[in-house]
Design a protein around this ligand. Structure first.
Ligand SMILES: [Zn+2]
Length: 353
């Protein structure tokens, strides 16, 4: 029945321009068409385009994703996967343009993981945000969103569908579309967090301020005993026997204000290692020694490389669309729209290795 209905709808749209022309032609004493009206050929052409658009296959439905979850491997189309990723990675309350930028970044990262730098068998992706991207299925989203479930889901779906097939490319290839929650004034160069300098992951200004981001400033007070205990467990070579004044020394910072490296009891640690060791929200950290411990002051949240999600939200509030947001955070890149065949081919050849 559904099929018959759509066939009928199609035939009606096809004959509509002809019917219109017939009606216009049949009216006596009236010019066949006013000068400002579109000619029939134009109407027919437009009807043809509408039909084509209605029939066009979506790239995200053509591309297949192999997702590793705690319950095992699941195959799904890119559209369903991205809805679960965007919902898990960004608040649904964000502006549509920020959600669209997030959808494109997630799609780009997925193709990058499949094609450019696979870390799992058969071009699969996992649901661990520390490795690939966070993902929540419908049940978990229902639990999380409660009565806002259908409203939030429609909003996320619109962001994914509205950017169907769009990816960020550099030199024609999908980029390592890193993103993080919030930055401390500017994003970080990739080599200060990971080993490689990527040309499109350069430090750029990011507009979010403390008042835009919940928990932008965070504090952590650790007693000397606790610090010794943590170091003893995760960094046993550190010598914390002397005066606490000499425990954390030689801090070096990047130009963006993030810790690049520091000596902990004579052991050189990177900013990322320090973050992990003490569970700091970012490497944008300073500290002071107090009577009985160390007091850390942290700004922003995340590694600081690539797109800042709160920065994207502020840009969207100021009128930027998703293309402008992505071009800002991924230096020298272009936005490209994959057709269904290209998307299918990219995901298939990933699965075949
Ligand atoms: Zn993974």
């Amino acid at each position: 029945m559904e099929k018959i209905r759509s066939v009928l709808a199609v035939s009606f749209i096809s004959v509509l321009p002809i019917l219109l022309m017939a009606v216009i032609a049949a009216r006596p004493g009236v010019s066949r068409r006013p000068a400002e009206a579109a000619p029939a050929s134009e109407l027919i052409r437009r009807a043809g385009l509408w039909l084509e658009a209605g029939r066009a296959e979506q790239a995200d439905l053509a591309a297949e994703v192999l997702l590793i979850t705690e319950e095992g491997e699941k195959r799904m189309d890119m559209r369903s996967y991205l809805v679960g990723v965007v919902a898990a990675e960004m608040p649904a309350s964000f502006m549509p343009e920020a959600l669209e930028a997030q959808a494109v970044a997630a799609r780009t990262f997925t193709f990058f993981r499949m094609r450019e730098e696979p870390v799992h068998e058969n071009g699969a992706v996992c649901a661990d945000p520390g490795c690939c991207k966070a993902y929540m299925d419908a049940d978990r989203l229902k639990e999380r969103w409660g009565e806002r479930w259908s409203e939030n889901l429609r909003k996320i779906e619109r962001a994914v569908e509205g950017t169907d097939g769009e990816i960020v490319v550099y030199d024609g290839a999908p980029v390592f579309a890193a993103f993080h929650s919030s930055s401390c004034g500017s994003t970080e160069n990739s080599e200060n967090v990971w080993s490689g300098a990527l040309p499109y992951l350069r430090s750029v200004e990011s507009p979010e301020k403390a008042e835009d981001v919940p928990g932008y400033h965070s504090e952590l007070a650790i007693s000397f005993d606790e610090l010794r205990r943590i170091a003893g467990r995760d960094c046993p070579e550190a010598d914390l026997s002397g005066d606490p004044e000499g425990w954390l020394t030689g801090a070096e910072y990047s130009t963006t204000g993030r810790l690049k490296s520091v000596s902990l009891g004579g052991v050189r640690l990177s900013g990322t290692q320090m973050r992990k060791l003490f569970g700091l929200r970012s490497a944008a950290v300073i500290w002071e020694l107090e009577e009985d411990g160390v007091h850390f002051h942290v700004s922003g949240y995340g590694h600081g490389v690539g797109m800042s999600q709160y920065g994207a939200e502020v840009m969207a509030e100021n009128g930027a669309d998703h293309e402008e947001i992505l071009a800002h955070y991924y230096t020298g890149t272009q936005l490209e729209k994959l057709g269904a065949d290209a998307a299918r081919e990219l995901s298939r050849s990933a699965a075949e290795g």
